[in-house]
Design a protein around this ligand. Structure first.
Ligand code: PFF
Length: 452
């Protein structure tokens, strides 16, 4: 227990790790899909507003609590508690955070496994192994089990190496690669016939689509995309040195996350219309654009198929992008239970990684073999309810349990003149009252529609 805690070696290392956690399947897949099915740019506008007005303040709550307490979510929330009620709440919320982070990883690893399989597929095609290729792109439980295991193993290998040598090193390597791949793919797709209709669908808003459910989806998307509520950002904040300005770093992470989601839209929607031009069906029977797995696993591969051999290389680039994005996110999820096992249960890092990785892989396997019943349920409990509700608890701990002078002291570290900033004038109140109310209202306003 008294072993020195890990720490990021630099500002840049933290930024890549935190942005790596934020940028993932949620940006490259979830965001464009949500845009496609929610009125194009109308969703983009609502999302941008929520990201800066709601998600950023909650991110700041997590980073501040984490760096102040320098502990995992359970110990951090207990540590700042002021009485038995807040201590009990902190323990329950901390454990719930660890459970939800593990649930998210359990389904995320399955989806990321699909990406690894699709990355392997063009190689199988190049060497003419057509049976293997069919298995790789099919939908069998054996394929899912194998590739979830491979992806989970990779995530565990990185986490076993620790904060600096694992998380930081791999994030600083993979994030620039991700950005380069994304830009190369956009440049390619935008020169193909049909791309401009995709840009129109993406960028011209249809405000008649605004609805209570759109607000709820946009909030869920923002929480998921910024990895909020489950203690990921809290634990990364706890590894950050006191020389950095938290509001500035938090703002950069938000900007990178939103920027990459927006940029991914410039790839995915045009790619869909290019696929249509090439003869692929891109609208579902309901008249909506196809989203979800159909989009990434059928529409886009159909497009790559029409491109001949060059399509194989485009497919490799695209699925490499997806795997990289997933990996920098999955390591941040696994770090949550691992840090808890190290600090609260007294395990060493390697056994802790093995134990938690194995438990989560067990849950993934359960989902794989009961896919129809469990997959949607786990996604919905963890991301639609778990993340925003835990976000409320974190706002309450940052806004009501931490005293104003404690907040000020923490935020002053690395930002001497914080008292003169607009951030300090607004945020403490904002996170105290406005954020919890806004999150709860977004839930309440959607209830009549959800249960109608
Ligand atoms: N932010 C990741 C994405 O957009 O794909 C998902 C995620 C990572 C959610 C880490 C939660 C988390 F703790």
């Amino acid at each position: 227990m008294s072993a020195p805690r890990g720490q990021f070696s630099s500002n840049f290392g933290f930024l890549m790790a935190a942005a790596g956690s934020a940028v993932g399947l949620g940006n490259i897949w979830g965001f464009p899909t949500n845009v496609a099915s929610n009125g194009g740019a109308a969703f983009v506008v609502v999302y941008l507003l929520l990201a800066f007005m709601l998600a950023y303040p909650v991110l700041m709550a997590e980073l501040t609590i984490g760096r102040h307490a320098r502990r995992n979510m359970v110990q951090a929330l207990r540590g700042i508690s002021t009485g038995p009620v807040s201590r009990a709440t902190g323990t329950v919320a901390g454990l719930a955070g660890i459970a939800v982070a593990s649930m998210i990883l359990s389904f995320y690893a399955i989806v990321a496994g699909w990406m690894v399989a699709h990355l392997a597929d063009p190689f199988a095609e190049l060497v003419g192994a057509s049976e293997a290729a069919q298995w790789l792109t099919g939908d069998s439980a054996s394929r899912n089990f194998t590739f979830t295991a491979i992806f989970s193993g990779l995530t565990m290998l990185i986490i076993a190496s620790g904060v600096e040598k694992g998380i930081e090193r791999w994030s600083t390597l993979l994030m620039p690669a991700l950005i380069i791949l994304l830009l190369l793919l956009i440049a390619y797709v935008l020169t193909q016939p049909g791309a401009m209709s995709g840009l129109e669908a993406y960028l011209i808003p249809d405000f008649s689509k605004l609805s209570p459910l759109l607000l709820l989806s946009a909030m869920g998307q923002a929480f998921f995309s910024l990895s909020l509520g489950v203690g990921t950002m809290l634990i990364y904040g706890s590894y950050l040195s006191k020389q950095e300005s938290l509001p500035r770093l938090g703002a950069l992470v938000t900007l990178i996350d939103v920027g990459i989601a927006f940029t991914a839209g410039l790839l995915i929607l045009p790619a869909m219309y290019v696929a249509q031009e090439a003869g692929t069906q891109i609208f579902a029977e309901s008249g909506e654009l196809i989203g979800g797995p159909g989009l990434i696993l059928q529409v886009l591969p159909a497009l790559f198929d029409t491109m001949g051999t060059s399509g194989l290389f485009v497919a490799i680039a695209f699925f490499a992008l997806m795997v990289i994005a997933s990996l920098t996110s999955s390591i941040s999820m696994l770090e949550v239970p691992v840090a808890f096992s190290i600090e609260s249960l007294g395990l060493k890092r390697k056994p802790a990684t093995l134990l938690m990785g194995a438990i989560i892989f067990g849950i993934s396997s359960l989902i794989i073999f009961n896919f129809e019943t469990l997959f949607g349920l786990v996604v919905s409990i963890s991301t639609e309810y778990g993340q925003p509700l835990l976000g409320v608890v974190l706002c309450i701990f940052a806004g009501w349990i931490l005293r104003r002078d404690q907040l000020l002291k923490e935020l002053k570290e690395g930002h001497e003149d914080i008292e003169q900033t607009l951030f300090w004038k607004v945020w403490p109140w904002y996170v105290r009252i406005f954020c919890p109310v806004l999150i709860l209202l977004t839930f309440v306003q959607s209830i009549p529609v959800l249960w109608a």
